[in-house]
Design a binder for this molecule. Structure first.
Ligand SMILES: Cc1ncc(COP(=O)(O)O)c(C=O)c1O
Length: 321
């Protein structure tokens, strides 16, 4: 008689994770957000992409791979596109929802630019606008090795192989045992592993990790921490951008022109990333984008931190400036 049992019974216990719900169960699950961009470009067949100077260079990977021409565009001090060009009917504009703070402009852009691609890699909690092509990158907000979500305004789908992440979680597991600083080199190795990969669907491991997150708590923490930092720092912040409240932003962007506080913060073990080192290569010294990349420090507001931590950060900054 043929056995019906496919699933093994018994054996050792696998890792047990909380079986909750993903934040975007209805969206397409992919391995990285640069590949979500590639997914859109393949299905939409755009002939040219208007691409911000102020963004992460890995997003050029799909354009190079598909041999699609691109033209850089500038942003204004509100971090909105300077639209001194026309997006043709077979062309598209890629816009980054900077730090998750630009929800309001997305609707406007969507209404004026037919072929808009929204990069919500920095805006995990900003739900996609209906009928918009929008992608998310999970590890910018949570301890996962990879993973992206995509909403695409077409019923067409690519048939994809599934990714496997089991060999890329070393930095996440080791950080629990040894601390985050100890595993930083492994984190960088993982980032490099994500370069130039094929589009694949999200691994079961990443999906399982994403099911175990308490999204409500994570979102609320970000909102609370962001508000605290803004209340304390808005008077010194030279960013002209209006900072909305009640938004679960990725980070708190603090611009202090002509003052290098980044290295001083890092010396105090407040690790602030540079967004983005490639912008320093792509743009002239006097451009706004260059100034943002040079002087803006992005302070963490995520679920790892309490208001006490925010107070500590503010005190360190006030002593430095
Ligand atoms: C704004 C932005 N979009 C997209 C990406 C790419 O995300 P992923 O690594 O998931 O491809 C990055 C950087 O990694 C980014 O900073």
């Amino acid at each position: 008689m043929e056995s019906l049992a496919v699933r093994p019974i018994g054996g050792y216990f696998p890792l047990t994770l909380v079986q909750g719900k993903e934040y975007y169960p209805e969206l397409i699950r992919l391995n990285t957000s640069r590949n979500a961009l590639e997914y859109i470009l393949i299905l939409k067949g755009y002939t040219k992409v208007y691409f911000p100077y102020y963004t992460c260079e890995v997003l050029l990977e799909p354009l190079i791979r598909l041999n699609i021409p691109y033209q850089f565009y500038k942003i204004n001090p509100n971090l909105e596109p300077i639209l001194d060009f026309e997006v043709g009917p077979t062309e598209c504009l890629l816009y980054t929802n900077y730090f998750g703070l630009k929800d309001a402009v997305l609707k406007q852009l969507k209404a004026t630019i037919g072929n808009l691609i929204i990069d919500n890699a920095q805006a995990f909690f900003s739900r996609p606008l209906p009928y918009s092509d929008t992608f998310y990158s999970c590890r910018k907000f949570f301890g996962v090795p990879d993973g992206a979500y995509l909403q695409i305004n077409t019923d067409d789908r690519l048939i994809l192989e599934k990714d496997h992440s089991a060999d890329r979680v070393g930095h996440l597991t080791r950080s629990i045992d040894y601390g985050i600083e100890h595993s930083y080199a492994d984190f960088i190795t993982n980032e490099l592993c994500l370069k130039d990969n094929d589009i694949k669907s999200m691994s079961l491991l990443t999906q399982a990790l994403l099911r175990g997150i308490n999204y409500k708590e994570c979102r609320n923490k970000r909102i609370e921490n962001f508000k605290y930092l803004n209340d304390q720092l808005f008077l010194v912040n030279e960013l002209e951008l209006f900072l909305p409240e009640g938004v679960a932003a990725m980070m708190y962007p603090l611009l202090l022109l002509k003052r290098d506080i980044r290295s001083k913060l890092i010396a105090k073990k407040i690790f602030v990333p540079t967004y983005w080192p490639n912008v320093l290569k792509w743009t002239g010294y006097k451009t706004y984008e260059h100034q943002l990349a040079r002087y803006m420090v992005c302070l963490p507001v995520d679920h790892r931190y309490s208001l006490n931590d925010m107070e500590y950060i503010v005190n360190v900054i006030k002593k430095i400036i």
